[in-house]
Write a protein that binds this ligand. Structure first.
Ligand code: IMP
Ligand code: MG
Length: 193
């Protein structure tokens, strides 16, 4: 087995260029992991003996859902669906379903896992759709939440970080498909002040 202490982790890059734009460090991987563990321990306590179905909203939530799910210390299942609402650095206003849910969720305790709640359109539409399938409960876990951008009636139950209305990338979040593999979260440099 290969062990690595934190001193050996590669340094977070100061500036990354994606799609011709500069992004600067915003939330470090250590802060993300610490917060993910706190959320997972809250979920563990609240869902013990309920075997929740963790529903990862692809593509953006894959990193968060993977870390969160593995830190949940009670029986739980995971499944995936894929929605798309963003192009470039802005919301298109429509939510397209690219990969539908295959599970029967009737009577299940569902936890929808999102990377970020921005306008809230995606999660609002998804939760309304899920409720027509008679789950026992539906809660929302999101790593990031931009309350200033919210235009729908949505209130996430588990929030990693509340952030201002700025465009960010990394740890699953993309700019036109790129930057999802950055281990830390970065913000558009022109939006730092
Ligand atoms: P909403 O429907 O406006 O809440 O947007 C939700 C989706 O838009 C998220 O799941 C992300 O995929 C994407 N999104 C929103 N804000 C950002 C951002 O700052 N960076 C990258 N993607 C974002
Ligand atoms: Mg998303």
């Amino acid at each position: 087995m290969h062990f690595m202490n934190s001193d050996m982790l590669p340094a977070m890059k100061d500036v990354v260029k994606v799609g011709g734009m500069d992004f600067v460090p915003y939330i470090r991987r250590e802060q993300i992991m610490a917060r993910v563990k706190e959320l997972a321990s809250q979920i563990t306590d609240e869902y013990r003996d309920r075997c929740p179905l963790v529903l990862c909203v692809l593509n953006g939530a894959f990193a968060f859902a993977s870390d969160l799910f593995r830190a949940i210390d009670t029986d739980a299942e995971i499944s995936f669906l894929r929605l798309k609402s963003y192009e470039g650095t802005g919301s298109t206003g429509t939510v397209k379903q690219m990969l539908p849910l295959s599970e029967n969720i009737e009577g299940r305790d569902v936890i929808v896992v999102e990377d970020i709640v921005d306008t809230g359109r995606t999660i609002h539409k998804l939760v309304e759709d899920l409720k027509t399938k008679n789950p026992s409960s539906v809660r929302i876990a999101t790593l990031l939440y931009k309350p200033e951008a919210l235009i729908c009636d949505v209130c996430p139950d588990y929030v990693g970080f509340e952030i201002p209305k700025k465009f960010i990338i990394g740890y699953g979040l993309d700019l036109d498909g790129l930057a999802r593999n950055l281990p830390d979260i970065y913000v558009l440099a022109s939006e730092t002040c």
